[in-house]
Design a protein around this ligand. Structure first.
Ligand SMILES: [Zn+2]
Length: 214
């Protein structure tokens, strides 16, 4: 794989909420980056009943990290300085827009999700396909009922597994690092899988108390 920028990924980030931060909103809300305190307002509620599907304990645990490394960063941090993360005590739902999916794409995505699941301990559940290309709000009860909308995964960026791993790592809260040995370097390099810093960050982001209040 030639060295170069990750133009598709940059376009992804600056464009619609594709793979990314929308899915982290429950955690962001909890950490104060998003105001979720509209309870007494006359406005329609903009978040679901808290605790949907929460098992009360983490659904899984990250694989042990063989070589812990500090070479990772959090995509977002709350007012308390803690990384925005998913609730490890309930499944992470997602839907896939298959437009542009190459032959074999389902296997590429399933493999990447499985890898991220092992690294974080998070459990991913596919809710099916969608024709959505954007997500205006993370809570759309008319379409998805009384729960957070599933993460939206779009195929129109790349068929490379490494690119999917990089993007899925963003969706679970991992940010970029300068270290060219890590997959979370923003440049497209020869690194094809998660390295020590990536894995350390993924394990940290998948570990923590339940977030049953969101
Ligand atoms: Zn990136």
């Amino acid at each position: 794989m030639p060295r170069g920028r990750r133009p598709a990924l940059r376009a992804l980030w600056s464009g619609a909420l594709v793979l990314a931060l929308a899915v982290g909103v429950p955690a962001l809300e909890r950490t104060g980056l998003v105001d979720g305190t509209g309870v007494a307002s006359a406005e329609p509620r903009h978040y679901p009943t808290p605790g949907f599907e929460s098992a009360g304990a983490p659904l899984g645990r990250p694989d042990p990290v063989a070589s812990p490394s500090a070479s990772w960063s959090a995509e977002e941090r709350g007012a308390d300085g803690e990384p925005a993360r998913w609730d490890p005590c309930r499944p992470v739902h997602h839907v896939v827009n298959p437009a542009g999916m190459p032959p074999g794409g389902e296997e590429v995505l399933a493999s990447a999700l499985e890898r991220v699941s092992r690294a974080t301990g998070l459990r991913f559940v596919l809710d099916g396909t969608t024709d959505e290309t954007d997500r205006a709000t993370p809570y759309d009860p008319q379409r998805w009922g009384d729960r957070w909308a599933p993460a939206l995964l779009r195929w129109d960026l790349s068929e490379e597994r490494a690119v999917w791993l990089h993007e899925l790592a963003h969706t679970v809260g991992l940010g970029h690092v300068e270290d060219a040995e890590q997959l979370m370097n923003p440049e497209l390099t020869e690194v094809a899988g998660f390295a020590a810093g990536d894995l350390t960050g993924l394990a940290a982001l998948g570990t923590g108390p339940c977030l049953g209040e969101v």
